[in-house]
Design a protein around this ligand. Sequence first.
Ligand code: ADP
Ligand code: MG
Length: 254
Amino acid sequence: MSRIIAVANQKGGVGKTTTAINLGAALGLRGRRVLIVDLDPQANATSGLGVENSGLGTYELLIEGQEAAGLVRETGQPGLWIIPSRSDLAGAEVELVPMMAREFRLRRAIEGIAGQYDYVFVDCPPSLGLLTVNALAAADQVLVPVQCEYLALEGLGHLVNTVDLVRRHLNSRLRVAGLLLTMYDARTNLSQQVVDEVRKHFPSTLATVIPRNVRVSEAPSHGLPLCAYDPRSAAARAYDQLAAELLEREEVAA
Ligand code: ADP
Ligand code: MG
């Protein structure tokens, strides 16, 4: 059974793209088939996997209604494919507005191919606009990266509201897969305070915590996920542990 997971948080720089790439790659290495849909005009997931971001991709998928199968590209990583993005997608936020069933463009576009993958991760832009709403309307679950820093909880209420609205009006099967704590710095008290506070407010917070690690920021410029760039780094191991946590949950649920 395939799972469609939107990686969303309207705050930028919290680790959405890093999580889509590295969790996806870790699941691929564990023998799963994974598709990343890059729904951010900044195309960081695309470039971070070394895929050229000038060709056809999510813009054509959403706006022009092109077949998803023809837009899927290989990443060079085992079990990992991507529908790339490029800057033109920024226009889609406006171009979607007058469209019929505008919230369901992504769902309709990928429903035919989702079954070929165990996991589809939709990497959302840093906003709660129509692109993110399309991701939430298409998804079974939403995974919310939260940076371990001051004011981490700020804005989460707004995101939770959006998820509730989408669940009520557009997609009753949507549920929160969990909050993922990212960029944890063991040297600061602040990081631990944030972890405690987020866990207190959100019991669905995942057990795995992603440490702050310089290798994470280096890997994208090589076009590689961490498991290929530096598999022994603390962050690569954390993302593999996160993959194990997700798989374990599913066994429990099954
Ligand atoms: P988003 O997609 O939410 O905007 P990114 O995943 O692009 O966030 O991460 C923002 C920046 O933080 C990037 O430069 C990324 O390399 C860096 N980053 C993300 N996670 C970590 C981490 N665990 N350790 C160090 N740097 C990180
Ligand atoms: Mg991003």
